[in-house]
Design a protein around this ligand. Sequence first.
Ligand code: SRM
Ligand code: SF4
Length: 564
Amino acid sequence: MSDTSLTEVENIKAASRLLRGSIAEGLTDPLTGSIADADTQLSKFHGIYQQDDRDIRSERKRRKLEPAYSFMIRARIPGGLLTTSQWLGLDQIATTHANQSIRLTTRQAVQYHGVVKRNLKQTIADINQATLDTIAACGDVNRNVMSPPLPASSSIHRDVQRLAEELSEHLMPASRAYHEIWLDGAKVESSKTEIEPIYGDTYLPRKFKAAFVVPPQNDVDIFAQDLGFITIVKNGTIVGFNVTAGGGMGMTHGDKSTFPRLGDVLGFIDADDILAVAEAVVTTQRDFGDRTNRKHARLKYTIEDRGLDWFRDEVEKRSGASFAQPHKYSFVANGDVHGWQRDDVGVWHYGLFIENGRIDDIGDRRLLSGLRAIAEQHNSEFRLTPNQNLIISKIAEKDRACIKALLAEFGIENSKHASPLRLNSMACVAFPTCGQAMAESERYLPTLIDKMDVLLKRHVLSDEPVTVRMTGCANGCARPYIAEIGLVGKGPGRYTMYLGAGFAGERLGAPYLDNANEEQVLSALDPLLARFATERNDAEHFGDFLVRTGVAREITAGRNIHDS
Ligand code: SRM
Ligand code: SF4
């Protein structure tokens, strides 16, 4: 019997025998390219999304054909750390089963698009062959754990990466459904023999996201996370972590009960308490999150409704840890560091700009082939960044010339393509694969940036790094509400423009234009950039300038973002 007070997804999870549903049976049905509706919810927990090609949706409908179904597959890659041999495995899958491209995501993971049902199992098997998996990459569980990829201080970053991997492991679902369905693992006879010790059999009310950060770079956007750990370093050693909770970006246009929210700092803990505190945060959300309304089910609303003090007490009670006063920290930017960087032990890393995370071969710019050639020569690491870029990591001085030559040969070095504005830009996937898209994003932002760059040049601001992020809907997958210029799709060619966010991801932007087309966006920005060029304080960022001069409203709490 389903409980009508709960959302449909809750009933699907409850009846799923720990995420099995009828996925295995659906894969063998040759009559359709889709799987059963309920299974489309469950497959997300296995990192698999059913989609259809929206460019041809109406044409197929007119011809009375079923939608052109295919699947998006997302891998789980804690901290975005890959060996170059894992990369070569991922590259092979892109060319055999997907649409000849790899898509880096805003959470340091990779996605494939366009995988058809008959190739799904083999694709997952090949991902497994590359010693990776797609478990919990989506669904109402803890997703890919982020960790800063740029090793400015190599030992600190290595330790934090290890903690991120431990946290990812600790919060993985225990169900063997994934191995059974996709990897032909032994069948568990009865779901009674299996338990989910942390999640229980209906998992979380909604998705859950965690990250670590090492100040001063806020590349992971720690305040956008449900749960965050800010690393506190004294005299070159990690002394503990400030814990943040209750961040999230998603909202719905026109629904004021939904809003983006930045996480609050709960307090300081020792490194030994990380897993207990994380588990307590997760189980508190499991028990108190709203299972009757998915638009109100994220941890940010649990904290808004019950209060931060209540939440802190509950986490302390469940974890046995106590929060001390937070330690001081400061952030300088929420973007990536690009180009050549040398870490504290003298090893080189190259931050490669990848526009909107899309790795393919287009014209002279052959990213897919170039990264393949580099991975074949450079037996080391690639680090995926939280801003859809990639770091070719751990390059010895003697190998630098070879990497430089390969970057040039394949036409992919940063200097060739990117102004500071472009380097600090991100766009979500949107059309043609995303079922939620209302406007273009990945396919459109590059041309809009060409036009914005003309404006910046006119006002002698070409060297100014301004963050600009675009999404095709209000869900906020490219974290647009914490970009100095945030463009959020509302309809074909129409965007709500948010202005005034902090350059370091510490303040949300405020709505400035609603339902604006390209011309309206550019004409609004032109005079603001002119004023910025002449009236700014020393080293002042665009978002701070707009707030100081009263052009953009200062948003001090997400719940106030819709106020006029
Ligand atoms: Fe996202 C749903 C893509 C990061 C908030 N997101 C989706 C779906 C799966 C659409 C759907 O539900 O049908 C998109 C698939 C598009 C496609 O065709 O591939 C999608 N999200 C992405 C990615 C690929 C964007 C990108 O261009 O990189 C990112 C994958 C990250 C990963 O590797 O796990 C991605 N999504 C985010 C982020 C950013 C982050 O996590 O730091 C957010 C905002 C933070 C947050 O969660 O609040 C985000 N995605 C959403 C939401 C809104 C959730 C909410 O609380 O309201 C949805 C819709 C939903 O969950 O119902 C969504
Ligand atoms: Fe799709 Fe909206 Fe996310 Fe963009 S922001 S990928 S349009 S869900």
